[in-house]
Design a protein around this ligand. Structure first.
Ligand code: GMT
Length: 373
């Protein structure tokens, strides 16, 4: 048996939880013993695996607490699991509060452990610059035994915004690029969604937070559909859902935009899509871009954060400035009407994801780090 790793993450829908869960499952295949410590069972953790354990954090609730102290319960649970299961490493995903709780647990536990923190995005770009949290997050980073960031952009921002001297290793997010595709009956799926066989499909998948600029996606689509026979799939849910829905009504696009809510089977949706849009204000990586690439779907992304590290401009999609609806629409129309260019970029997308973001090589980077610390 290899090392014993405790993984602390947000279990619900969200890229950092997906990355943490996938990492744990890959490590268990490599004979590591994995202990997830979280509020609820990570949502992607569906399969039964004798090397994977889940430890639920019980939150102490008592009338004197105005807010039940989840963070302290988490730290206490991590310490308990370190000692009982004799963990070697705690890998905390997302600085707040996970890195800080892991460090507190390390001090409480009798067994010596190493703490690795992976920074994912808004833990730095939003929370890290909140004056009430900056010092705490800096502490979490400086005191961790090793720190990784999911993009060069996030590493540089962390160093600059928080004035960090410590080394931060960049380990990009990953995906299984050689997964055998389950046969998707594209025609049937399009028919079920009332999409004509010849119609093009644009897609946007997110948690519909302000930062994702879902309204820009709709404005781009509004322009594109004036030239190209196309439909838009909006997948996900979140605070901007209502406004997005209203905008679609106001623009008279209700017959062409399909709101799908949260969906599990993203692979099938990409199988019928021609173009993916991720035009966020801030985005440290954009995991959904990898899902699109695996399916051979080029993306239009905004020039922010880690997006330009994932999309190769002019090769696997296009990069446009944040909010530049006109440029995005032109690029989209170009890709949806120039079939040979679309095919070229579709092929390059599949190649790039295999070369640069394949789970096999990225998991090795994490394994090396575990041995280094
Ligand atoms: O930081 C967040 O907003 C949440 C986080 C999450 O849990 O989904 O998203 C971040 O981490 C993902 C996984 O590494 C990245 O793919 C996302 O780009 C990143 N989100 C932002 O930077 C807005």
């Amino acid at each position: 048996m290899n090392k014993k790793i405790g993984i602390v993450c947000y279990p619900t829908v969200g890229g950092s939880g997906v990355v943490a869960t996938e990492l744990g499952m890959h490590l268990s295949d490599r004979d590591y013993e994995i202990h997830f410590i979280s509020q609820t069972m990570p949502f992607r953790l569906k399969r039964l695996d004798p090397n994977i354990f889940f430890h639920e954090v019980e939150i102490a609730n008592y009338p004197v607490f105005k807010h039940p102290p989840y963070d302290l319960s988490l730290a206490s649970k991590i310490a308990e699991v370190i000692d009982r299961e004799q963990l070697d490493i705690i890998h905390a995903h997302y600085a707040m509060p996970h890195a800080i709780c892991a460090l507190l647990a390390k001090q409480m536990a009798k067994k010596d452990v190493r703490v690795i923190t992976t920074l994912h995005g808004t833990d730095i770009t939003v929370l890290g610059i909140d004056p009430s949290l900056t010092n705490l997050i800096r502490f979490g980073i400086e005191e961790s035994d090793a720190v990784t960031a999911v993009s060069y952009s996030l590493r540089d921002q962390t160093k600059e915004l928080l004035n960090i001297q410590k080394d931060i290793e960049v380990v990009h997010n990953f995906i299984e690029s050689d997964k055998i595709d389950e046969p998707t009956d594209k025609k049937e799926l399009k028919r079920k969604l009332s999409i004509q066989p010849a119609e093009k499909v644009m897609i946007h998948i997110s948690n519909f937070r302000k930062v994702k600029r879902v309204q820009d996606v709709i404005h781009v689509f509004h322009r594109v559909q004036q030239t190209v026979n196309t439909k838009l799939l909006l997948v996900g849910d979140g605070p901007e859902y209502g406004d997005a829905y209203q905008l679609v009504q106001n623009l008279g696009l209700q017959d062409q935009v399909i709101f799908m809510g949260r969906q599990d089977n993203i692979h099938d949706l990409f199988a019928i899509s021609d173009l993916n849009l991720l035009v966020s204000e801030k985005e440290s990586f954009g995991l959904v871009l990898l899902e699109a690439m695996v399916a051979g779907v080029p993306s239009i992304g905004s020039n922010t954060g880690g997006i330009p590290e994932v999309i190769k401009d002019g090769e696997t999609g296009y990069i446009c400035e944040v909010g530049d609806i006109e440029a995005m629409s032109k690029r989209a129309i170009h890709l949806l009407t120039q079939e040979s260019e679309w095919k070229r970029q579709s092929t390059l997308s599949k190649e790039r994801v295999r070369e640069c973001f394949d789970a096999e090589q990225i998991i090795k980077r994490y394994e090396n780090l575990y041995y280094e610390v």
